[in-house]
Design a protein around this ligand. Sequence first.
Ligand SMILES: [Ca+2]
Ligand SMILES: [Ca+2]
Length: 91
Amino acid sequence: MNARNVTIATLFASLLTAGSVLAQQAAPQPPAEDMKAAIDDKFRSLDANGDGVISQEEASKMKGLSERFQAADKNKDNKLDRGEFATALGG
Ligand SMILES: [Ca+2]
Ligand SMILES: [Ca+2]
């Protein structure tokens, strides 16, 4: 290995180290899968009658959801499906 290759190898190693430090700093955000699972859990716990949608009455059980219900109900059927519910939670 000549001097130039050693320099490149050293530079590359330091880049890898810098990259892993950046990855660690980005870690505090919960992984998307955890967020999705949390929304699923909340959706199931709110869906008292198990019909797969959140009615206005069911939405009233969760603090702050009633206020966002109309905006989140994109298809205006007065129910929140799983996707609309995720939108209401900002997820
Ligand atoms: Ca329901
Ligand atoms: Ca709807």
